[in-house]
Design a protein around this ligand. Structure first.
Ligand code: GUN
Length: 307
């Protein structure tokens, strides 16, 4: 059972000197999702299905290596097996297609994760499109994308669905809210647009060619930023309206430290809620991957319909 924190009533106007928002605790919410996944994985094992995620990592990008290793550790913690495929930087498209075809056919594998980005000889679209839609735990195949835009997705991209889970947990109602998403990628901005629209938000997607980004932000109730390069972009307090909700998906390194897109220390003094980096959206991405993997294993057993 999930025990949600009580809904906090924020006043319409804030005395400036006492204003301070609530940190959104991604670790706590991720733990509650993981607990549910652990139970689901146990039930599946009792039914003779050991949920299993195949991971594919090409090359030695240090950030990708850490992400994949964290995903594998989290799987083990909740009773999901992993099959690790670490491949050389020179891995060809033909070899990749062959590997995905083998994993698609392997009944002991329920989810396939190809860590992105890929080296330039590998085409991301061709690669992710080749994954069987019922094993598509990243929600990136054209089939999954089509279902998502129709409001019928079962396997949804992990970071956007993790953000939606945070809103749910903190009882943040999106209906009628003005949302600004600063990202238009397949992994974050585009799927999040659909998920938030589904909840009746008015969603604006901003990107590198957007003019007057600050003006867009100042008209928002909710700002989601996912640039991931602090040298190019920082969401500063002067861009955030009083009482806004700020979700930080960006991660980059600054002086050896991992930082987000948001100037959190100052933004949290103005915002109603904000996610920190670390301990905000990151743990949710992993938790939702685990959830998708047990869902995919359930589909294979016929417990969940894939349509
Ligand atoms: N690279 C960064 N985030 C992700 C993700 O959620 N899935 C995959 N496959 N690659 C990523």
């Amino acid at each position: 059972m999930i025990i949600n924190p009580p809904r906090i009533k924020y006043p319409k106007t804030y005395p400036k000197d006492t204003l301070s928002g609530q940190k959104i605790d991604g670790i706590a919410v991720a733990n509650s999702v993981k607990e549910r996944v652990r139970v689901a994985a146990k039930v599946l094992r009792e039914e003779g299905v050991t949920p299993c995620l195949a991971t594919i990592l090409v090359g030695e990008n240090p950030a990708s290596m850490t992400y994949v290793s964290n995903k594998q550790k989290a799987c083990t913690e909740v009773g999901i097996e992993t099959k690790d495929h670490k491949l050389p930087e020179s891995f060809s498209q033909q070899e990749m297609n062959l590997l995905i075809d083998l994993l698609n056919k392997d009944d002991t594998i329920h989810g396939i994760l190809v860590q992105l980005p890929l080296p330039k000889q590998l085409d991301e679209f061709s690669t992710t499109s080749r994954i069987s839609p019922i094993k598509d735990v990243d929600g990136l195949t054209p089939y999954s994308v089509g279902l998502l835009s129709s409001g019928r997705a079962i396997l949804k991209p992990c970071t956007p669905s993790g953000i939606m889970e945070l809103f749910d947990f903190y009882k943040i109602d999106l209906s009628g809210k003005n949302v600004v998403i600063i990202n238009r990628s397949h992994l974050v901005g585009k799927p999040l647009y659909h998920l938030m629209l589904e909840k009746n938000a008015t969603v604006t997607t901003c990107h590198s060619k957007t003019r007057n980004l600050k003006q867009h932000c100042l008209a928002a109730d909710i700002i989601v930023t996912a640039i991931g390069d602090r040298s190019r972009f920082t969401l500063t307090a002067d861009m955030v309206p009083d009482g806004a909700i700020v979700i930080d998906v960006g991660t980059s390194r600054e002086n050896g430290k991992i930082v987000g897109d948001v100037d959190y220390e100052n933004v949290i003094k103005k915002a109603a809620f904000a996610t920190p980096v670390l301990g905000g959206v990151g743990p949710m991405t992993i938790a939702m991957l685990l959830k998708n993997t047990v869902t995919a294993a359930s589909i294979s057993k016929g417990f969940v319909s894939s349509r």
